[in-house]
Design a protein around this ligand. Structure first.
Ligand SMILES: Nc1ncnc2c1ncn2[C@@H]1O[C@H](COP(=O)(O)OP(=O)(O)OP(=O)(O)O)[C@@H](O)[C@H]1O
Ligand code: SF4
Ligand SMILES: [Mg+2]
Length: 385
């Protein structure tokens, strides 16, 4: 891959030692092709479009956003499972763009993934033992058979499964247990970073908390750093130190989880938060609801300027439509530097000098959407979040 300078690739001081993953100006644009004989590129899906993101050692970074906003693509690009179109990703001091083939494969030992649907990510014909040994073998961790067997038992104990599980097949387990196997598989090679893509969304609500608690417990035990991708704000809140909110390919707000939930500053985050029920009925009755109008625009045809302007109740005549806001620190009393927002008017909105107004539903040009039947930007209502 080539590391391409982008407009978001401004010189920044190198990340400190406490940063495990440092991504700058990452873009992933999927070409839209048409034509039987000549594969003509007729456009792009701007799935990830300029993301700067740093994950500190030992922290959990939660990434939230509507379906189709680019969360999974970003997660994959950070591990170089998807080739970024532009930008750079440094993992533990190594520029991943410089790695390919065997060196990249070796480095992957440190970066593992947990998927939403453990059944489809685990080969149904392999026993749990063979599934766990596979990754260990690939990284030369099974030379001593006795030690490898001991490690298997430790892994199962760590994820709360009995030793007999080793001889069974994935279909013999419940959804929650299968996710435990998926977690054990990721852990088997001693990674530093785990990207968990919707790790509990396929599970029953009663099991979700158990798996989340397990991830937290394993983080301390194995010194892990997590990127947790979820569309459920509650999941992310519970587990994350830092939360990034994604909208149409970029991060629109980032803050320590407590700060973000206490005082969301971006209009999109405000709308997401306002849709989450509050247990206290008095607070629930009194609080402000912001209903988003319109569907998520297609990432094949993103709006100009601020990508949120077609749905933003605070949209202004100047800047919003034609100037893309950077993720920046804001000048608001009590808001720390770590709380960054991509909105030109964040200060005025917070001060109440700009008032929300109704949003006219805007019609997006359907001819500009991806024409191949895949569904970039699957329309998602706020209720899905
Ligand atoms: N290989 C691909 N080729 C073309 N477009 C793709 C490809 N992978 C993803 N996309 C498109 O990129 C956009 C972002 O997809 P992505 O899966 O990253 O979103 P997401 O936020 O993870 O959504 P979800 O919450 O539904 O998992 C979508 O419009 C999707 O259709
Ligand atoms: S920049 Fe404008 S359109 Fe974008 S979030 Fe802020 S007020 Fe809304
Ligand atoms: Mg996804």
């Amino acid at each position: 891959m080539s590391t391409v300078a982008t407009e978001t690739d401004e010189p920044r001081p190198p990340a400190g030692d406490d940063v495990l993953l440092d991504a700058r100006g990452v873009k992933v644009h999927f070409p839209i092709k048409r034509g039987v004989i000549f594969d003509k590129t007729i456009g792009y899906v701007y799935a990830v479009d300029g993301v700067d993101l740093q994950i500190r050692r030992g922290e959990t970074y939660g990434l939230v956003g509507e379906s189709g906003c680019g969360k999974s693509t970003l997660g994959r690009a950070l591990l170089k499972l998807e080739e970024p179109t532009a930008g750079s990703v440094e993992f533990d001091g190594t520029d991943l763009a410089q790695l390919d083939g065997e060196p990249l494969r070796r480095r992957r030992q440190d970066m593992q993934m947990i998927f939403q649907d453990p059944l489809s990510s685990l080969d149904p014909r392999q026993t749990v033992e063979s599934l766990l040994l596979e990754g260990m073998e690939a990284h030369g961790l099974t030379q001593n058979k006795g030690e490898a067997q001991e490690r298997l038992r430790e892994l199962l104990a760590a994820v709360g499964l009995p030793p007999q599980a080793l001889r069974k097949y994935p279909h013999e387990f419940s959804g929650g247990q299968r996710q435990r196997i998926g977690i054990a598989r990721a852990l088997s090679v001693n990674p530093k970073l785990i990207v968990a893509d919707e790790p509990v969304s396929a599970l029953d609500v009663s099991v979700q908390a158990q798996v989340i608690n397990l991830l937290e417990q394993l983080q301390d035990e194995f010194d892990l750093t997590y990127l947790v991708v979820a569309h459920d704000l509650a999941v992310v809140r519970h587990i994350s130190d830092t939360v990034g909110v994604m909208y149409l390919g970029s991060i629109v707000e980032e803050a320590a989880a407590d700060d973000l939930y206490a005082e969301p500053l971006h209009p999109y985050t405000k709308a997401l938060m306002s849709a989450v029920p509050v247990p206290d009925p008095t607070v629930e009755d009194r609080r402000e609801r912001i209903l988003l109008q319109g569907d998520l625009p297609s990432p094949a045809n993103p709006p100009s300027g601020c990508r949120f302007h077609t749905r933003c109740p605070w949209r202004q005549e100047t800047r919003c439509d034609d100037e893309r806001p950077e993720l920046r620190t804001v000048q608001i009393a009590g808001v720390p530097e770590s709380h960054r927002v991509a909105c030109h008017w964040a200060e005025d909105i917070q001060a109440g000098t700009i008032k929300p107004h109704s949003v006219e539903a805007s019609v997006t040009d359907p001819s500009a959407d991806a024409p191949l039947g895949d569904e970039p930007g699957v329309p998602a209502s706020i209720a899905e979040i």
